[in-house]
Design a protein around this ligand. Structure first.
Ligand code: UDP
Length: 429
C-alpha cells in the first residue's frame, strides 16, 4: 500500500521532550517504521520548521519524511499553526501531483486532519482520492473541559475538530475512552477503529543497565513539562512520604528543554522548583531536562516506580515504556491509562489530582520489593502481548484496508468538506 501520514507539528525527526514534542512524534515515527517493515511505502509529511532541512529525508526502510513549506521556516507553537494548514494541504497535494497519489492518507492531530482533507479534495477524478483516516492524539473537547480558560487552542478548533470527525472516512482511536469522546463529537462508532499506541520492545526491555544514586531509592516522572501532567502532585506525594518517615527517596523529573540553561528558564520547571522549595524537597527533586529515547530505558529501570499523574491523558506512552522495562507504574485513572495499566497487576490506579493516593501507592511499592517485581514482570508480559509497534501497525493496516473497502462500496457517496475548508483557507494571514 502507498501510505501518506501527515503530522503537522510533530516530526518523526524532532528531539523529544519539549513542550510540543512528545508522544505524537514517537507514535508517528514508530508506526511509520513498522508499516515500512510490513512492506508498505510510507511518506510522512510534516511542516518545515528550519530552512536547513532537506526536502526529503530517508527515515527507515520504506519510509521517508517530506518537509512541506507552510508558514515561517522556524518553530511555531502548535496552537498558532492553523493559519498555515491550507498551505500544508496544498504542499502535500503538490507532492502527490509529482510523486503519485497514495492509497490512504492518515492525519495525526486535528489540524493534520484538515490538511489531509484539503489535499484529498484536489485529486481528480474523485475515484482516485485516497481514503482519509485520522488519529486525534488529543481532543479539544477534553482539553477544554480540563484546562478551561488556560486552553490556548485556536477558537476555531471548537467547530473544525468535529468537522474532521464527521468528514474523514475512518478514525483510528487509541483507546475505548477516546471512542466515547468521539461519539460525543458526532462520530459514527461503525467508522471508528481502535489501535493503541505501542512501545519499542527492543529498546525498552527488562535488561540490567540502569542508573543508580548510591543510598537513595528513586521514583520517576517522564514527559513534556506542561502543567496538566501533574508533576506537582508527585512532588506533594514525595513530601507526604518524607513526613511519614520514608526519607531515602528522590524524584527524577525527565522532560522539558535540553541543557541546564534552557531548563532554568523554563516556566513550568521554575514553578515546579518553587513547589519543591516550599516543601523543603529541593535536595530530593532532580530536574533532568530532556533526555534522548536511547537513554530512557536505563533511567526507567533505575526507578522503583514511575508515576504518571496527569489531569487527563489521551493515551500515554510513558507507562508502556516503564512496563516494557519491568517497572511498576502508578497512574491517574484517566483516559487511555485506565486500559494500558492493569490496576494491582502491572501498576496501581489512583484517582486524578490526588497526591495522598499517589503517596499511599508509592508507600505500598516502596515497602514491598516482591510486589514490585511481580508487577514489573506482569507489565513486561502485558506490553509484549498487546503493545508492540508491529501489532499496532497490523491493527492500523486493518483500519486502512477497511476504509479502502468501504470506499469501494460507496463510490457514488463520497463527499469532501467543500463547505468547511474554504473557511480555513480564508484565514490565511
Ligand atoms: N520523552 C523523551 N525524552 C524526554 C521526555 C519524554 O524521549 O525527555 C518521550 C517519552 O519517552 C515518550 C514520549 O516522549 O516516548 C512522551 O509520550 P506520552 O504519550 O507519554 O506523552 P505526550 O507527550 O503524548 O503527552
Amino acid at each position: 500500500m502507498r501510505i501518506a501520514m501527515v503530522s503537522e507539528h510533530a516530526s518523526p525527526l524532532a528531539a523529544i521532550g519539549g513542550v510540543d514534542a512528545g508522544g505524537q512524534n514517537v507514535h508517528v515515527a514508530a508506526l511509520a517504521a513498522a508499516l515500512g517493515r510490513r512492506g508498505h511505502e510510507v511518506v510522512v509529511y510534516t511542516r518545515r520548521d528550519d530552512p536547513a532541512l532537506a526536502p526529503r529525508v530517508p527515515f527507515a526502510p520504506g519510509v521517508e519524511v517530506v518537509h512541506v513549506t507552510a508558514g515561517p521556516e522556524r518553530g511555531v507553537p502548535k496552537d498558532d499553526l492553523l493559519p498555515w494548514i491550507p498551505a500544508l494541504g496544498a504542499g502535500i497535494a503538490e507532492d502527490w501531483a509529482t510523486h503519485g497519489v497514495p492509497d490512504v492518507v492518515h492525519g495525526h492531530f486535528w489540524m493534520s486532519g484538515l490538511a489531509c482533507l484539503e489535499a484529498a479534495k484536489t485529486v481528480r477524478p474523485r475515484l482516485l482520492r485516497p481514503a482519509v483516516l485520522q488519529t486525534f492524539h488529543a481532543l479539544g473537547s477534553v482539553k477544554r473541559r480540563h484546562l478551561g480558560t488556560e486552553d490556548t487552542s485556536p477558537p476555531e478548533r471548537v467547530w473544525l475538530e468535529p468537522a474532521v470527525v464527521r468528514r474523514v472516512d475512518r478514525i483510528v482511536a487509541t483507546c475505548p475512552d477516546e471512542v466515547t469522546e468521539l461519539a460525543a463529537l458526532g462520530a459514527d462508532p461503525a467508522r471508528v477503529s481502535v489501535a493503541p499506541c505501542g512501545v519499542d520492545l527492543d529498546l525498552f526491555d527488562d535488561g540490567t543497565a540502569s542508573e543508580r544514586t548510591p543510598g537513595r531509592r528513586r521514583i520517576g516522572v517522564v514527559g513534556r513539562l506542561v502543567r496538566r501532567k501533574g508533576v506537582d502532585l508527585v512532588i506533594a506525594a514525595l513530601a507526604k512520604l518524607r513526613d511519614e518517615g520514608i526519607d531515602d527517596v528522590e524524584l527524577h523529573i525527565v522532560g522539558g528543554p535540553s541543557g541546564s540553561n534552557a531548563l532554568a528558564d523554563d516556566p513550568e520547571a521554575r514553578r515546579l522548583e518553587d513547589v519543591a522549595r516550599e516543601l523543603g524537597l529541593l535536595d530530593r527533586v532532580v530536574f533532568r531536562g530532556q533526555i534522548p529515547q536511547a537513554q530512557m530505558p536505563a533511567m526507567l529501570r533505575s526507578c522503583t516506580a514511575v508515576v504518571c499523574a496527569p489531569w487527563y491523558e489521551p493515551f500515554g506512552i510513558v507507562p508502556l515504556e516503564a512496563m516494557a522495562c519491568a517497572v511498576p507504574v502508578i497512574v491517574a485513572a484517566v483516559g487511555g491509562l485506565q486500559d494500558s495499566v492493569r490496576d494491582s497487576v502491572t501498576g496501581i490506579h489512583v484517582p486524578p489530582q490526588d497526591p495522598d493516593a499517589i503517596a499511599s501507592a508509592l508507600r505500598r511499592l516502596l515497602e514491598d520489593p516482591a510486589e514490585c517485581a511481580r508487577m514489573g514482570a506482569a507489565g513486561r508480559r502485558r506490553v509484549e502481548a498487546g503493545y508492540s509497534w508491529d501489532h499496532v501497525a497490523e491493527l492500523t493496516e486493518d483500519a486502512y484496508l477497511l476504509a479502502l473497502t468501504e470506499r469501494k462500496g460507496m463510490r457514488k457517496g463520497i463527499s469532501y468538506p467543500s463547505d468547511v475548508l474554504p473557511a480555513v483557507g480564508g484565514m490565511t494571514p
